[in-house]
Design a binder for this molecule. Sequence first.
Ligand code: DUC
Ligand code: ZN
Ligand code: ZN
Length: 471
Amino acid sequence: MPDPFDLVIRGGKIVTPQGVVMGDIGLRSGQIAEIAGTLGAAIEDVDAHGKYVMPGGIDPHAHIEQMSGMGVMNADTFETATRSAAMGGTTSVISFAAQAKGEKLADTVADYTARAQRGAMIDYAFHMTVTDTDVPEFETDLGALIDAGNRSIKVFTTYNIQLSDAQILSVMSNARAHGALVCVHAETDAIIAQAKSALIAAGKTAPHFHAASHPRMAEIEAVERICRFAEYLGQPVMLFHISTKQGAAAVAAARKRGAPVWAETCPHYLFMTEDILHQPGLEGGKWMCSPPQRQPADQDALWAALQSGDLQIVSSDHAPYRFDASGKLSAGPDAGFHEIANGLPGLETRLPLMFDAMVSQKMGGPETFARLTSTAAAEIYGLPNKGALAPGMDADITLWDPDMTRTYGANDLHDNVGYNPWEGRTIKGWPTDVWLRGTRIVHEGAFIAIPGTGRKIDRPALAVSPTQPQT
Ligand code: DUC
Ligand code: ZN
Ligand code: ZN
């Protein structure tokens, strides 16, 4: 007689990379042991008839316990952010170890790692945000940190923390030498600066002018430039938060040329348009993010790019600020758009929004949902044993009730933000139960994990092809 399984989730629609399997999934020692029509005895059984059994979500873009480019602190700690993520069906997150100017990169990573070790309740990794390449031992630290398992870097082309083109090329070359992916917030600073000062000079400072201060050409120009850098160096790049039709087309064209680039978008670009910023007073500031929400034609193009594979990932870009003096309103009640912190919470809402659209409303189906919200991130960011339901993988599992309907309320998320940007939206399909490495962390909608139980994910270096830079 084989040993009983620790747990069998029985009779569900199990979403695997090979398709949907009707049956049982058995867990042992925190890993998936077997998937079959019917499995034998288990210490614990969970009935999943009528439910989807999905890989736990992987959110590869979230800002946690981080200072904004304007110097405003995030509302979330690792504890509150990961609680919120788990309640939305997410079991791994990649957040940022964001270098302060003058700080040694090794100190940055040690600091964020210590804070995550104390608070995180799902598994985590870091993108190293590079803002200052002039600190002592920068290149040595960068290489050693990549070799130690932190194999992605983030750079900006704007936001007061941008690197010059020369610095970006240098960081990309170092990344290439050690095997790291370079993620880029790609918007052209000069275009934004010009648009912003013209608006301010004309007294146009209400939150909705934020959209006009980020012309789409800023995204197009920077995305095209960064794709060319990737192509020139043969260095893999991830373009963060593509918001425009033309940005998506630029990525698609670069991929067609063979450039080693990937790109993501976010729910607030797929489901919101610029109109959301038109609210009384400063209220629109709740939805301000960069790049801003765009137009319906952009939404259509982003959906088409997700369906064709030209965009590979949907992340949250969770950037949590309270709508009070500690966050969005830190410059006071008369702040202009240029003084309001950018970002909205998304760790908890990303998956329900996408499940509702892709599974309940059939805009892609369950396999594509799992790919865009989990599997692709595991592959592209190199998260071993994550992102798919298959024997030997970590038992990171989310159970979805496709018939459960919820309408988001004003303040019903489990983060520390105090408002839900999706208030009033009805979602069909809900994550009721979540397991992290075989341990249940959400039980029938109740959160039951302990701070510090999330683990840092060590990521092996990215294999970069040996081609030389193009002339
Ligand atoms: N845009 C970003 O790039 N990061 C955080 C928040 C935002 O709006
Ligand atoms: Zn960004
Ligand atoms: Zn971001």
